[in-house]
Design a protein around this ligand. Structure first.
Ligand code: GLA
Length: 381
C-alpha cells in the first residue's frame, strides 16, 4: 500500500513524493454516540489504512488524486474557498488545508495522492483516515509542530465545518492517537486518554468484524438529529452535556424529560458506564467479561437509540447464537459494521453462520475479517 500511494503519485503527477504517510480506520470496542455528549470511548486502530504520498508546492495550489477515485485530479486553489465548495471525497483533504489555515498555521500548497483499503461507509472511519493522513502529511511537510491530538482536532474541524458533518472526536482521535496492541480509553471532554493493552489472541480470543455492506450516510440528517436531541436533553436537565448525568441519577433525570428524549439519555448514560466497565474488566485481566457488555450495548443502540437495522441485528443475533461471547453494531448507525468477540476456536463457525444467515435472509454477502489493534497515523516512507 505504501507503494500504491507512491505509484498513484507517479501516475497522477509524474514524479516522486517528498514522503508517504498512513492513517488507519478504527473499530470501537464500546462507547457509541457518547463522544458528542462529552463521554467516554474505547476505540482501537485497524490495520486498514489510508496512505498519502505528498509533496509541497511553492504556490497555493492543492492537487488531490485517489487511486480509488475516477482517475481525475482535483485542483483546488484554497484562498477564499468557502466550506461546502469542494464536492465529493476531495472535500475531506481540502477541509484539512482549510482548517489548518483557519487555525493560523502557515500551510501552503501540495500534491497529494491517496490509496486506501479502509472500507467506505462501513462505520470504520474511512473519512477520518483520509483527514488524519492529510493532517500528518501537512504537519510534517510544513513543520507545523502539531501533536497527534492536535492533528485530530484539525481533522474533526475539517469534517464539522468544511464537509458539514457534525461528528464528535472519536474517529479522528482514534485514527491519530491509537497505539499498536492497545485500545485507546479516551475521555472526550478533557481529551485525556490512556492506552489499554489489548492482546486478545494471547488469551484465545478474536475480534471479528462483520461489514454488512449496508451503507449509511452520516450527512443524511439522522445523526445531526440525534445529536440535537441529546443537546436539547442536556439543556432541559441543566447540565453542560449528558455525560454529566450519573448512572444513579438516571431514573430521576428521565422523569424531567419529554418521552422522546428519555431513550437518548438512557443510552448515553448506560453506554458511558459500559465503557468504564469494559476498561475495568481489561485492567483486571478479564477480557471475557466484554462479551455481555457488547451485547448490552447493541440492545441499547437498537432499542433506545434506534439506529440499528435488520442486517446489523441479524449479524449480532447470529454471531451470539453461534457461540460469540458478545456482539454489537459500531459507528454512526443505519448499517455499517458489527463487532463480535469470539473464542478463537469458534471463529470459523461464527463467520460461516453469519454468511449463511445473510444468504438465507436474501441479503448481500457481508465482508468479514478479524481485527488486531494497529498503529495510529505515522510516516511510512
Ligand atoms: C460516527 C461519528 C463519531 C461518533 C460515532 C458514534 O462514527 O463520526 O464521532 O459519534 O459515529 O459513536
Amino acid at each position: 500500500m505504501t507503494t500504491d500511494a507512491a505509484a498513484a503519485f507517479a501516475a497522477a503527477f509524474g514524479d516522486t513524493p517528498d514522503g508517504v504517510w498512513a492513517a488507519p480506520g478504527r473499530i470501537n470496542l464500546i462507547g457509541e454516540h457518547t463522544d458528542y455528549n462529552e463521554g467516554y470511548v474505547l476505540p482501537a486502530a485497524l490495520p486498514h489504512a489510508t496512505r498519502v504520498a505528498a509533496r509541497r508546492r511553492p504556490d497555493g495550489v492543492v492537487r488531490l488524486y485517489s487511486a480509488q477515485g475516477d482517475g481525475q485530479v482535483t485542483s483546488v486553489v484554497l484562498d477564499g474557498r468557502a466550506p461546502g465548495s469542494v464536492p465529493g471525497w476531495a472535500a475531506y483533504p481540502a477541509g484539512v488545508f482549510w482548517a489548518l489555515a483557519e487555525a493560523g498555521h502557515a500551510v501552503g500548497g501540495a500534491d497529494l495522492a491517496f490509496s486506501s483499503d479502509v472500507p467506505t461507509g462501513a462505520g470504520l472511519s474511512s473519512s477520518a483516515a483520509l483527514e488524519c493522513a492529510t493532517a500528518i502529511a501537512l504537519d510534517e511537510l510544513y513543520g507545523l509542530g502539531l501533536d497527534a491530538p492536535g492533528r485530530a482536532l484539525i481533522a474533526q474541524r475539517a469534517e464539522n465545518a468544511f464537509v458539514g458533518v457534525p461528528c464528535g472526536a472519536l474517529d479522528q482521535m482514534a485514527s491519530s492517537c491509537c497505539v499498536e496492541g492497545h485500545a485507546f480509553f479516551l475521555d472526550t471532554r478533557t481529551l485525556i486518554g490512556r492506552q489499554v493493552p489489548l492482546d486478545l489472541p494471547a488469551v484465545g480470543l478474536t475480534l471479528l468484524v462483520v461489514d454488512t455492506r449496508v451503507k449509511h450516510d452520516l450527512g443524511d440528517g439522522a445523526y445531526a438529529g440525534l445529536r440535537a436531541g441529546c443537546e436539547r436533553a442536556a439543556e432541559l436537565l441543566g447540565v453542560p452535556a449528558l455525560r454529566d448525568v450519573a448512572a444513579e441519577e438516571l431514573a430521576a433525570a428521565e422523569e424531567k424529560l419529554p418521552a422522546d428524549l428519555r431513550p437518548l439519555l438512557r443510552h448515553v448514560v448506560t453506554e458511558d458506564q459500559r465503557v468504564l466497565d469494559t476498561v475495568a474488566a481489561l485492567d483486571a485481566g478479564d477480557p471475557r467479561a466484554l462479551g455481555p457488555i457488547l451485547t448490552a450495548g447493541h440492545a441499547s443502540l437498537r432499542d433506545d437509540y434506534r439506529i440499528s437495522c435488520p442486517e446489523t441485528d441479524l449479524a449480532v443475533a447470529t454471531a451470539n447464537a453461534a457461540g460469540a461471547l458478545g456482539a454489537r453494531m459500531m459507528g454512526g448507525g443505519f448499517g455499517g459494521s458489527v463487532l463480535a468477540l469470539v473464542d478463537s476456536d469458534r471463529l470459523e463457525a461464527v463467520e460461516s453462520a453469519v454468511h449463511a444467515a445473510f444468504a438465507e435472509a436474501g441479503y448481500g454477502a457481508p465482508h468479514t475479517f478479524t481485527a488486531t489493534p494497529a498503529q495510529g497515523a505515522h510516516r511510512v516512507g
